[in-house]
Design a protein around this ligand. Structure first.
Ligand code: ADP
Ligand code: ZN
Length: 761
């Protein structure tokens, strides 16, 4: 695709009043806004949301314009040096959103801007990809043509090809087609018989793919009702509440999104669809691109694997108004669409929507706020809604819409709980596969049906213990045991899953010197090798972060599984989400207890969601599915409720527990982590901070003690936690920020603030 060079400047609708002064936020954490004057020559090009270069201290810095004040009180005002790009990069709506994020998540607005604008746009280092295009030059008369034919036959041949062109063509393409060389082309240009011009082209990672247009399916009754709720919200966003769409896997949520987006486009508006990075597969993208194949370049895709150049182009495609639907992972919530009509957050319960570095925002919650600012509809979809969203629906803040049926009327899979305690009594030692699960696999192999085995733990053995002195081999940098891998990348070494440290396997226990080391616990590698041993004829593959280091490996394995080349797929959460395999009739959950015993108030919720999601993989085709859940705690509520597909029952009991303990969604939480390579200094800083907070916070907030974090040491740093809970989160955030700003911490102590934390280790 070629683009006209004027495209970006004509589409700008933003206020471009002639500015005398600008108020900016410099890309440095200085916590305040600065004023600059605007030279006459730049006055017409700068607006709110523009990126500018300004003199800052002794150097230049990049900055974002947040206001155009008429006057300024500032002393010694200096002029801005340059305006970057043709039009403002941030709309006033997005600026407002940035301010909200800064306040809510207790972080400097400069940091928010860093997430909001891709680096290529902020720094404006990468431009459009330029390519040479050929078009015909001056007319040639017959005499001259004859002469050319005799003296330079190849030039004449090329000229002939050029004269037949209907539109300018890439020089490289033309030369390839005619098998002629660049020298010939240059000679023609010199004679004025051809023209070469540089033009911008869009780098489109999907350029070679053809999308066959699909049309709307006829919706069933439940879907029709859900779609109407969304279109109502689209038409009167002022009165609309966010919609929580709770529908089991395969109940046709995506089809509803597609039709709602169509309506949005018909009304001349735009849409964002957020999906977890892991679900942003080629199939997902294809489903959207195919449905909107009639609208050229309608769909832009934003994910973390784009090259800088591709990201630049996708961003401008959106900013210029050419792309009208954006599909992407977390940060796509900041896509610079204008006239936004609808935001969809699919799999809204996914914790990957929470960013684990500053700004520590949750994309679902940001989506709800952006929708409010832009007055658009927002739909949160899930088969297993988060407790937060479910609670918001229960209290009437969100509107709950439920899809109870699978499209194909398929039964939910049958869940069988295998009590590992009994198995252990029988076998004396815990087997990886219980007898029942083993038999079920054998049965599927015979029927040529497929099996998925799920274990949320990588590696071969999860620790190396000394059976004499009991010492485990721990990571020197982190307070966790090293995992033993057989996998070639770490070839028979011990490795740390947190910092990547690896070590050779010692022959004797380094602590007591005895030859008594034993491997303990198991991960996906061991499951794979055990299963391959038991079922020697079956094709077994593993899918986890270790086996999927190549970018294509993921795609290849999924293809082989889909086409039936693989009988048994073993994997981590990589295989738990959103994949559709009609021939899978059995899912085995090797150990359902892994998440349950983490020191995290969401442990039960995560287990319930995981079991329900994994179970959703079974029996999507003609044959109903069966799920075996192996566990040592068969009567834990998360497992029992998941077994009966009883969402309401589960939410009820979990909400009671949360309320009793003052946990979210009843109270907000802020987790402060204080860390340092020096244990004493980290501890002292944490205790001092806790005292200051005690003075600063009113009684209504529940302030915890400064305690050693469950993960005491990470990457060589000792860690301490302070957990605060309360209802008035904005006020709490502000008080925390003020307290921190007043407190000088030693150089080597780092303090991070996580509002609504998901990572409590
Ligand atoms: P979900 O997003 O809830 O998992 P999907 O929208 O992917 O569900 O729907 C599951 C399957 O059912 C898809 O293959 C989809 O094409 C199909 N489907 C959805 N809605 C309908 C419908 N109204 N009629 C027929 N097939 C449908
Ligand atoms: Zn480590």
């Amino acid at each position: 695709m070629r683009i006209e060079s004027t495209s970006t400047s004509t589409i700008c609708e933003q206020r471009m009043a002639k500015a005398n002064y600008v108020r900016v936020i410099v890309d440095r954490a200085i916590h305040r806004e600065l004023d600059y004057s605007v030279p006459e020559s730049l006055a017409e090009r700068v607006g709110v949301g523009s990126r500018v270069r300004v003199p800052f201290r002794e150097k230049s810095a990049l900055a974002t314009v947040v206001a155009l004040p008429e006057q300024t009180e500032a002393k010694g005002i200096r002029p801005i040096e340059a305006v970057i790009g043709e039009t403002p990069v941030l709309s006033e709506h997005l600026l407002e959103l940035a301010k909200w994020i800064g306040t809510y998540y207790c972080c400097p607005i400069e940091t928010v801007m860093r997430s909001m604008l891709p680096q290529v746009i902020r720094r404006a280092e990468v431009g459009w990809k330029k390519q040479l295009f050929v078009r015909p030059g001056r007319k040639i008369d017959n005499d001259e043509l004859e002469k050319l034919r005799r003296r330079a036959p190849r030039q004449a041949e090329l000229l002939d090809a050029i004269s037949k062109l209907e539109a300018p063509v890439r020089a490289a393409e033309l030369l390839r087609q005619t098998s002629l060389d660049n020298q010939t082309l240059r000679a023609l240009v010199k004679r004025g018989l051809a023209e070469l011009r540089e033009e911008a082209v869009v780098r489109d990672p999907h350029a070679d793919e053809q999308f066959i247009a699909t049309s709307n399916l006829v919706l069933n009754e439940e879907q029709t009702r859900a779609l109407k709720e969304i279109t109502d919200a689209l038409d009167s966003p002022e009165n609309a509440r966010p919609i929580l769409l709770h529908g089991v896997t395969g109940s046709g949520k995506t089809e509803i999104y597609l039709q709602a987006i169509r309506t949005t486009l018909d009304r001349g508006r735009t849409a964002i669809v957020l999906v977890p990075e892991i679900s942003l597969t080629p199939q997902t993208v294809e489903r959207f691109k195919s449905r909107f194949a009639d609208v050229p370049y309608a769909v832009a895709v934003l994910h973390s694997h784009l090259s800088e150049g591709e990201r630049h182009d996708e961003w401008h495609k959106i900013h210029s108004g050419r792309a009208r639907i954006v599909i992407g992972a977390r940060s796509a919530i900041f896509a610079p669409l204008k006239n936004l009509g609808l935001i969809v957050v699919d799999e809204e319960h996914e914790t990957t929507y929470k960013q684990e570095e500053a700004p520590r925002y949750h994309a679902r919650d940001v989506a709800v706020v952006r929708a409010k600012i832009e007055k658009c509809a927002v739909v949160l979809g899930s088969a297993t809604p988060s407790l937060e969203s479910y609670h918001n629906a229960a209290t009437g803040k969100y509107r709950l819409v439920v899809l109870t049926q699978r499209i194909d009327q398929k039964q939910m899979p049958l869940m069988r709980i295998v009590d590992l305690r009994q198995e252990r009594r029988k076998e004396k030692k815990a087997a990886i596969l219980s007898e029942k699960l083993s038999q079920a696999i054998a049965d599927r192999l015979q029927k040529r049906e497929q099996t998925i085995l799920f274990l949320n733990r990588r590696g071969f053995s999860t620790s190396l213990l000394c059976s004499e002195c009991g010492e485990a081999r721990n990571c020197p940098n982190c307070s966790v045991a090293l995992t033993f891998h057989r996998h070639p990348a770490v070839a028979g070494r011990l490795s740390c899953h947190l910092c990547g440290h690896t070590a050779a396997v010692p022959k004797k226990c380094p602590a007591c010197g005895k030859d008594a080391l034993i491997y303990y616990g198991f991960g996906t590698e061991k499951v794979e090798s055990t299963v391959a041993q038991i079922f020697a004829k079956a094709v077994v593959r593993r899918m986890d972060a270790d086996s999927m280091t190549r970018k294509e490996a993921y795609r290849e394995t999924l293809r082989d599984f889909r086409t039936g080349k693989i009988d048994i797929l073993v994997g981590t959460q990589m295989i738990a989400k959103g994949l559709h395999f009609p021939n899978v009739t059995l899912v085995g959950i090797i150990n359902a207890d892994l998440a349950l015993h983490l020191p995290d108030f969401r442990a039960g919720e995560r287990t319930f969601q995981l079991l329900t999601q994994v179970a959703g993989r079974a029996g999507r085709g003609e044959t109903p599915g069966e799920v075996f859940v192996q566990t040592y705690t068969p009567f834990s509520p998360s497992i029992q409720f998941a077994r009966h597909h009883d969402f309401a029952g589960y939410f009820q009991q979990e909400l009671e527990f949360r309320e009793r303990c003052d946990f979210p969604p009843f109270k907000h939480a802020i987790l402060i982590t204080v860390r340092s390579a020096h244990e004493g200094r980290a501890k002292l800083s944490a205790e001092t901070l806790k005292r200051r907070l005690k003075d600063a916070l009113p009684e209504e907030f529940i302030l915890g003690d400064a305690t050693t974090a469950p993960l005491e040491k990470l990457q060589g740093q000792f860690r301490f936690h302070i957990l605060i809970r309360g209802e008035a989160i904005m006020r709490l955030s502000r008080l925390v920020r003020e307290t921190l700003d007043k407190l000088p911490f030693p150089e080597d102590v780092t303090v991070t603030v996580d509002v609504d934390p998901y990572q409590l280790l």
